[in-house]
Design a protein around this ligand. Structure first.
Ligand SMILES: [Zn+2]
Length: 133
């Protein structure tokens, strides 16, 4: 009889996954679709956006409006890291590797809160209503 391990394999697979790994806590297969680094397309977007802004504000700022490119770059970096951080947390057990690296107690508390929220009777999401196998 095969050993049943429902948390280790999932039927759903991500396309274009940048990283594939197993969750250290529940051993589920995990996929990240974004990287923490910006791609060349995003650098091109920043350059185009800076060019358009410089062109539009040339009468007011001259070539000093190139400074907006630095602001766009910072905004892109912040957005990229926020998107990456939102994908790190395991959707099956609530384990967050970034918090585990910074503070183990906070990571443990987050996992406890995840399971309390998942097992609470007030949670009416269809995922929470499925029986635990
Ligand atoms: Zn997990």
């Amino acid at each position: 009889m095969p050993k049943i391990r429902p948390l280790e394999t999932r039927p759903f697979r991500f396309k274009n996954a940048t990283k594939k790994f197993h969750c250290p806590l529940c051993a589920s297969e995990r996929y990240l679709t974004s990287s923490h680094r910006m791609s060349y397309k995003q650098y091109i977007q920043i350059a185009v956006l800076t060019g358009v802004t410089t062109f539009a504000l040339y009468d007011y700022f001259g070539f000093r409006s190139v400074v907006f490119g630095v602001l766009y770059w910072a905004a892109y970096e912040i957005a990229r890291r926020l998107v990456f951080r939102s994908e790190i947390e395991c959707p099956y057990c609530g384990f967050d590797a970034s918090w585990y690296k910074r503070d183990v107690k906070v990571a443990r508390r987050l996992v406890d809160e995840f399971w309390q929220k998942k097992n609470s009777p007030t949670d009416k999401t269809p995922e929470a209503q499925q029986p635990n196998l």
